[in-house]
Ligand binder design. Sequence first.
Ligand code: GUN
Length: 289
Amino acid sequence: MSDRGRTTVVVDGKAISAEIRGGLASQVRRGVEAGLRPPCLAVVLVGDDPASTSYIKGKRRACGRVGIESREIDLAATASEAEVLAAVESLNRDAGVDGILVQLPLPKAVRPERVAAAIDPAKDVDGLHPLNAGRLVAGLPGPRPCTPLGILEILDRHGVALEGRRAVVLGRSAIVGKPVSLMLLERNATVTVCHSRTRDLADRVREAEVLVAAVGRARMVRGDWIRPGAAVIDVGVSVVDGQLVGDVDFEAALGVAGLITPPRGGVGPLTITMLLRNTVEAWRARLGG
Ligand code: GUN
């Protein structure tokens, strides 16, 4: 029997973001009025992947609206790893830069782990430097990856309890799956991480009171995999027939889930907002603002 009688809360990531960005803009304004230079985020783009180009445009616009300066270094798709590392090192040395983000994915010739390790950990607004990843594992403060931060913000703002709850994370990437698993664990959830080799995946997902899907496979989570009343956070972004779809069959989840993020205007705006917040925090730590 389906259990589609329930009202599902559809998360408005734009509204949550607007509120947080308003607070960030005030912090920046106060710092600048007190005589500080504005925060500065530097983005390195290698190649011209259309999705990356469009993300960066969105980031630049979002920075401008809260008073963060943005800089961009564009390298050709044929750039060597050494060239990318040299660009990162020049930004590390630049006292006017607070945050550095190297847009992923990178061309095959450039190893993302080498690039992450080259970024000054104090400017690592993606939270991907091994030192910052280690701080997360150790339970120490440090910059956390933006999408996991956004996920926690959504759950907290909707009053979703985590302590003692069963959370299932689909995907084990360094940027979403692993860090969000650790952050849910830090909040005392009981966390199961599922991946491409997991057996009985549907049964694992059905146990989830909180589900985070971050694999990038269009609509792989069917409606009948969702536990009635679950909080469903869908990070996946795929394009099917020109339409943006998530890892979860959104239409089928409506009426079953207690809360769900939509494919557009769900987690995405929060990821950018958390990037802005990490940049403002790096700026305050650097300048004491
Ligand atoms: N590409 C897609 N999302 C991200 C992100 O959060 N950080 C970086 N560096 N690249 C991305």
